[in-house]
Design a protein around this ligand. Structure first.
Ligand code: ZN
Length: 201
């Protein structure tokens, strides 16, 4: 059966999303085709807004609304500027915020070092982190990269870069599922990892 182009195009677009195979892509497309028109309309405008309505915080590189230059956490006087928790992705910030157990600020690297994928230090927000630490108010850096090969390598690299600056450097305690993502850890596990953090050296 040859499908009309609008249907085929949407199936192709859905197929490019993580975790969605051709079968699911077809099912979603036909679901939308048969659903009330406002569902497709809402989805389309939300997708449009996703890119135009968001930006990166110029301090921590977390996601924020496009009209702001600083995210709400960086702008808040209630968050301790002396403690920075370094994470790989904005979703990790979300996971840590859900625990309500961290009162410092964040720095989002946007990935982890991976020689296999060709991701080096210059591809991550590492220079910006070093500059933040140099600015003087930072007393502790919590390395909260994922408990994976790449996350550990990134933490070790950051430790080397930041050690000469004389700040306290800690790493989240073990106990998080190894190889897993921070964002999938449950709140109590994350809280325990945070409060049991250990010195890198
Ligand atoms: Zn920020």
């Amino acid at each position: 059966m040859i499908l009309p182009a609008p249907i085929q195009d949407l199936i192709t677009a859905f197929s490019r999303l993580p975790g969605i195979g051709p079968k699911t892509a077809s099912r979603l497309t036909f679901f939308l085709l048969n659903a009330p028109a406002d569902l497709a309309q809402d989805l389309a405008s939300a997708l449009q807004e996703l890119k135009t309505g968001t930006a990166y915080c110029q301090i921590c590189f977390n996601i924020t609304a496009s009209e702001r230059t600083e995210c709400e956490i960086c702008a808040s006087s209630e968050r301790d500027p002396g403690v920075i928790c370094v994470v790989e992705e904005p979703l990790d910030v979300l996971a840590l915020e859900r625990t309500a157990g961290f009162q410092g600020r964040y720095h989002v690297l946007h990935g982890a070092l991976s020689p296999i994928e060709g991701i080096g230090p210059e591809d991550l927000k590492i220079r910006e982190l070093v500059a933040r630490v140099r600015s003087g108010v930072v007393k502790e850096i919590i390395l909260a990269t994922n408990p994976s090969l790449e996350g550990d390598a990134t933490a070790m690299y950051l430790d080397q870069q930041l050690r000469p600056l004389g700040v306290r450097i800690t790493r989240l305690a073990r106990g998080l599922p190894v190889g897993g993502d921070l964002e999938y850890a449950d709140q109590s596990t994350l809280l325990r990892a945070l409060s049991g953090r250990q010195e890198m050296h």
